[in-house]
Design a protein around this ligand. Structure first.
Ligand code: ADP
Ligand code: MG
Length: 475
């Protein structure tokens, strides 16, 4: 009897479950999907390159044994990897002969990427169906439910929600969502698409990265099928184009997109665009396209506040059934300030670390891990974190430090926080002052002088500073 990939993988999972920790199982094996089984080669789909490398690094022996047991000596395992940062891109496959560890490394380095698994195969050669069956390319995890609302995203989120309620029927057409890396543009764009699909089953929603759009267009030119390409896109009810800045300098692509845009807009279809910049700052874009982008609403996503960062972490933990000590969650929220993707990455690495080393997740582990994790991004401690450490040390409520109060012990703690902020961050005096009770730059300068004087003359005071400095230096 021919074996089926689901059955084989289910058998594998049973053995894996007995051999790895429950957390490890949950983190590294539950997300895997078996894809196919052909000629004793089992293909499994993993969420990212990192994931694949982790499996290879830590579980290869186990996997090898299990595959042998299930599929015999010929048995092999292949990974199909969903491309990161781009949930719409086709997965690519890395062929890993599990029976030969040596070849594994080679395979990883030299295997050409197999791009042949696009969810829509030649999307614009769909034969004359009356209602198109288009795979929307939406990631169900990127829903509104999973999107934490905060000041940093309120406008974009509510505009997105309005659009989802009445696609094509609001003034927000196009809706342009812009903001820096990892701030939730792709997530929000998917959320809108998902919500529309929930409310309007019949609407054809399509999420596509501008990169993929460009490649499809280039292929269409090669194959003489530009008309089919254009036609396909003009039949979409809700078109979501992610990272439109990728069109910059690509005149032909901009041109074809311009015509598609006009057609959709004129026929009352909804267009949603994301970009890393607002239209005024987009370079290498045709003026007529830019002016269209400004027709609707441009809403930005900003760096989330500390509260929002912590809320995002908690939401993610809840969804994944993870529990972490409060101080660890706070530490992550305080330390990783620039980008939600990094924040999530840190959380995942932390869980992975602890499950593999069978160590409890403590503040120390978090510190070590963050140190490694963010080492390339020249991380600096944040003013928020300095304030927290200083307040914890003196056992003062942080609100007081940030307030205008002139109580003596608060003033001193505040001065110390300012001193460390000056010393350990690149923030300007003005911005340090703004964080510490709305003081001006002269006050911050005065604080730094006072602290310097005191540490030369007062032994106890110097001890405070040494202690604090140790707590703040992460190494
Ligand atoms: P961008 O497209 O702006 O680079 P993404 O949409 O890919 O960013 O977001 C990066 C990660 O952060 C995703 O996993 C996303 O789910 C998560 N994320 C971003 N903002 C939020 C939010 N407000 N609530 C929950 N998760 C968020
Ligand atoms: Mg994105």
């Amino acid at each position: 009897m021919k074996k089926d990939h689901n059955q084989v993988w289910t058998n594998c999972l049973e053995i894996i479950k007995d051999n790895v920790s429950p957390q490890g199982y949950k983190t590294w094996f539950e997300p895997i999907k078996p894809v196919r089984l052909e000629d004793s080669v089992l293909t499994i789909q993993v969420p990212s390159q990192f994931f694949y490398e982790w499996l290879e690094e830590h579980y290869v022996t186990l996997l090898k044994k299990i595959i042998r047991k299930e599929l015999g000596a010929e048995g092999r395992l292949e990974y199909s990897i969903i491309m990161e940062n781009n949930s719409n891109a086709s997965p690519y496959t890395i062929k890993v002969p599990t029976s030969n560890r040596k070849a594994v490394k080679n395979a990883v380095v030299t295997m050409p990427l197999d791009m042949g698994e696009s969810p829509i195969k030649n999307p614009f050669i769909i034969p004359g169906l009356r209602k198109m069956q288009v795979d929307s390319n939406l990631n169900p995890n990127y829903s509104f439910d999973n999107f934490v609302e905060g000041d940093s995203n309120r406008l974009a989120r509510s505009a997105g929600f309005a659009v989802a309620n009445k696609p094509g029927g609001t003034a927000f057409n196009p809706l342009l969502i812009y903001g820096g890396v990892g701030l939730g543009k792709t997530h929000l764009a998917h959320a809108i698409g998902i919500e529309i699909k929930n409310k309007y089953e019949d609407k054809t929603v399509l999420y596509v990265s501008s990169e993929k759009f460009t490649h499809q267009f280039i292929d269409a030119v090669k194959n003489n099928s530009v008309n089919d390409f254009t036609h396909f896109y003009q039949m979409i009810d809700v078109l979501i184009i992610d990272d439109v800045q990728f069109f910059s300098g690509k005149e032909k692509t901009q041109d074809v997109f311009f015509h598609i845009f006009n057609h959709l807009h004129q026929t009352g279809k909804q267009i949603i665009i994301t970009s890393d910049k607002p239209p005024v700052e987009m370079q290498g874009m045709e003026q007529r396209l830019l002016s269209r982008f400004k027709w609707g609403l441009s809403a930005d996503l900003q760096v989330p506040s500390l509260e929002t960062r912590i809320a995002i972490l908690k939401k993610k933990m809840y969804a994944d059934g993870i529990e972490l000590p409060e101080e660890v969650v706070e530490y992550l929220g305080y330390s990783i300030t620039s980008n939600v993707r990094e924040l999530e990455g840190a959380l995942i690495s932390l869980i992975a670390q602890s499950s593999l080393n069978k160590k409890a997740i403590t503040l120390d582990l978090a510190k070590q891990m963050i140190d490694k994790f963010v080492k390339n991004t020249a991380r600096e401690v944040s003013i928020d974190y300095i304030q927290k450490v200083v307040c914890d040390y003196f056992d003062l409520p942080i609100e007081l430090l940030k307030s205008k109060t002139r109580k003596r012990e608060i003033v001193q703690a505040r001065q110390i926080a300012m001193y460390f902020a000056k010393k350990m961050t690149k923030s300007s005096l003005a911005s340090i002052g703004a964080h510490c009770g709305g003081k001006d730059h002269a006050t911050v300068l005065h604080a730094c002088r006072t602290v310097n004087n005191l540490q030369e003359t007062d032994k106890h005071f110097r001890k405070y500073l040494d202690d604090l400095e140790k707590k703040l230096s992460i190494a």
